[in-house]
Design a protein around this ligand. Structure first.
Ligand code: CTP
Length: 407
């Protein structure tokens, strides 16, 4: 997806072994549609060559403030003025300290100091040994760079090149891309608490077998990500799926519809928006065998009886909080025909302000989808696009409806 189309990023590298990840980060930026101008400190050049970064960015790398290529000989001014963001990855402990002090004795620090703070954001991906990270001087400096307007993207935890294990690794390139993409999204849901259910449920028959469905969870995970990008605090109650948790989202894994009901009603007590995308099993086996159900050799097949599961969306929509208009509920309808009529009827039946319809067999497991929004005013189509694009559009639609709905 060309999430960064039209964006120009100045990627600053400082001295740290994590420079090897910056090559991949640069490639991901370019793949996402951004143009990238790399600036490296002298220390960064000890870890990776400008040749590699030039090849990946398609632009010659700047390493010196005395670079005569610029007609006015002011690369620190020219490079920072044309950027949509300056991203320092990796940003060493030393470079953070230099930012705090407003040092400007090399091109990168000079450019950061000379950037127009009101329109060119500075994002920092720290990378260092765990003791350096934990040191009060570093933590103090991080607080100061944040107070001075930079966005600190956090660090990863795990095995470090020095052989120690702990906090301070630079985030992985894919994580940085997700965070930086999120940074550029409008914060339409700032202050909201969004709760999402996603994926199938698994209704156990015995310890080995159970009943489930084809839901991949992709739409719900895209919605959780889009809500987080829009500035909301997000809880994702997920059935059994193999998808990575979107950055910054709190995930609660469940198996059965009953577990999903419990986790969802608990989280709904403080949520302000609930989006039910899960394909919850309508029925569960009436009995659960503690041991595997065995063939007895007679050729007789087991008889299965079912009981109905609670409707999670209906339960939440009927709650005091939703009725008091403190919780905006959105349902999903996967239909196989007559989408408009079924979606309208389902919205009425569930008593919710917004229902999103889609044709189930055309979307299960796919990366794209088309949606139909049904509310009290009528029907609106969101044409076929990637699930993440649709999820972002849906967040815009929800944000636009909140003020009118709450009064
Ligand atoms: N849903 C739920 N709990 C259930 C069943 C459904 O929360 N036990 C939610 C789904 O997450 C979705 C919406 O209700 O947001 C619609 O689900 P669907 O199964 O399509 O609707 P039903 O009401 O079961 O209607 P039908 O089986 O007639 O299509």
């Amino acid at each position: 997806m060309q999430d960064l189309a039209g964006k120009h990023i100045v990627l600053g590298l400082t001295g740290g072994i994590a420079c090897y990840k910056s090559a991949e980060l640069c490639r991901l930026f370019v793949k996402a549609g951004a143009t990238v101008q790399v600036v490296m400190t002298e220390a960064a050049e000890q870890f990776i060559t400008p040749v590699t970064m030039q090849a990946l960015s398609g632009r010659t790398v700047y390493t010196s403030q005395w670079d005569a290529r610029e007609p006015n000989n002011m690369p620190h001014i020219n490079l920072s003025r044309e950027a949509d963001a300056i991203v320092l990855a990796p940003c060493s402990a030393d470079f953070i300290a230099r930012l705090v002090q407003g040092r400007s004795d090399d091109l990168l620090s000079l450019m950061c100091l000379a950037r127009p703070m009101d329109r060119i954001p500075l994002l920092i991906a720290p990378a260092m040994n765990r003791e350096m990270w934990a040191h009060p001087a570093t933590q103090r400096n991080l607080m100061q760079v944040s107070a001075d307007g930079a966005t600190v993207l956090g660090v990863g935890s795990g095995w470090q090149a020095c052989g120690e294990t702990g906090d301070g690794r630079m985030l992985e390139p894919a994580q940085l891309l997700e965070d930086i993409t999120a940074f550029f999204q409008p914060k339409l849901l700032a202050g909201q608490k969004v709760l999402v259910t996603a994926g199938p449920t698994f209704e156990a028959l015995d310890p080995i077998r159970g009943i489930t469905n084809h839901s991949s969870g992709k739409m719900g995970f895209a919605i959780a990500r889009a809500a987080r990008e829009a500035g909301a605090e997000v809880t994702l109650v997920a059935g059994p799926v193999h998808l990575p948790t979107p950055r910054g989202v709190t995930r609660v894994d469940v198996l059965s519809a009953q577990e999903m009901l419990e986790a969802t009603t608990r989280a709904a007590q403080s949520a302000s928006i609930f989006v039910a995308t899960a394909a919850v099993a309508d029925w569960r086996p009436a009995t659960h065998s503690d041991q595997k159900i065995k063939k007895d050799g007679s050729g007789k097949t087991p008889v299965l009886n079912f009981v109905e599961n609670a409707d999670i969306l209906l339960t939440v929509a009927k709650s005091e909080r939703a009725q008091a208009k403190k919780l905006f509920c959105v349902g999903f309808a996967a239909e196989s025909e007559n989408l408009v009529e079924h979606a309208k009827a389902k919205r009425e039946r569930k008593g919710i302000p917004l229902l999103v319809g889609n044709i189930g067999p055309l979307t299960f497991g796919q990366d794209d989808n088309a949606l139909l929004l049904v509310d009290a005013k009528g029907v609106r189509e969101l044409p076929r696009a990637s699930k993440l694009t649709l999820a972002r559009e849906l967040m815009t639609e929800i944000a636009a409806r909140l003020p009118d709905w709450r009064v």
